[in-house]
Design a protein around this ligand. Sequence first.
Ligand SMILES: C[S@@+](CC[C@H](N)C(=O)[O-])C[C@H]1O[C@@H](n2cnc3c(N)ncnc32)[C@H](O)[C@@H]1O
Length: 306
Amino acid sequence: MGVVCADWLEFARGLDAASVDLVYADPPFATGRVKRSPPGGARMGRAAARYEDSWASVGEWVGWLRERLEATLPAIRRTGSVLLHVDWRTSHHARLLLDDLLGPDRFVNHLVWAYGLGGSSARRFARKHDDILFYCVDPERYWFEAPLAPATSRRMRGRMKKATDVLGDMTKLQSGHAEKGGDEDEGERGAGDVLDVAALNNMARERTGYPTQKPRALLDVLVRACCPPGGLVVDPCCGSGTTLEAAVLAGRRWAGCDANPDAVRIASGRLEACGKGAEGGTTLDPPWCSTGSFVSTRSTRSSTSM
Ligand SMILES: C[S@@+](CC[C@H](N)C(=O)[O-])C[C@H]1O[C@@H](n2cnc3c(N)ncnc32)[C@H](O)[C@@H]1O
């Protein structure tokens, strides 16, 4: 049982062909910095951790990503999808890369995660979002289930409606099947590809102390919308394990890897804790994990001093 400590490339090569429903990858963003726990992030028993995010050039980052995505794509089912989480530094490169690897016709959405904090400058508009590129393997067959949100129109009051066209607090979304024939336009503003989820603050209960940890509410929405119940979610740069936890709690299977032993320790602890509490939870021991065949600390970009 466990999250695998390995380079994404090695991990991807061990995945069974056509076995994965959703790949969510949140790689280093090419910031040119060592990413450290946020100030105060290591207090209150939370772990301090860091990972390296320096590259000789953006070309090196693109080459690194290309090799790993190429190795991962054969593992995705015909009905499966990829979500690649990047930001303003590389989203344009990542979009071209995915167009090249999968084909422009496999593009589904350019999602914007609007997180609210930081990014301010007197010299430009504030940078307050990340980009999540959603591509499918087969445009005719990929699985997608619109999230549900409380309807706000008078006619629909008290009912849930498809939330792909709802602008607002995504933490209020619920899983389930969208009602057919609902009133989709009344009283709503259209901005469904903007996911409005606050970034984690240092006091957040789910905060692990791992740098660049994403909020569970964001992954809850993505996992439930893009992976069928019981399907397999893979996160090859899993960090603190947010995606894997969201998968467990949504009744999806999971497989995760990180090159950083600290990430693996934190994610493993988190999964153990949520596995105990999760009702009808998914196995924490997917078949390939039990082979232990990926256990390795070798990585081309592993943070060595953690
Ligand atoms: C942006 S963080 C992921 C954060 C995660 N989504 C979370 O919520 O905690 C990127 C992760 O990629 C990992 N990483 C860097 N190079 C890697 C590689 N070659 N293979 C696997 N993981 C790698 C880093 O150790 C880091 O944990």
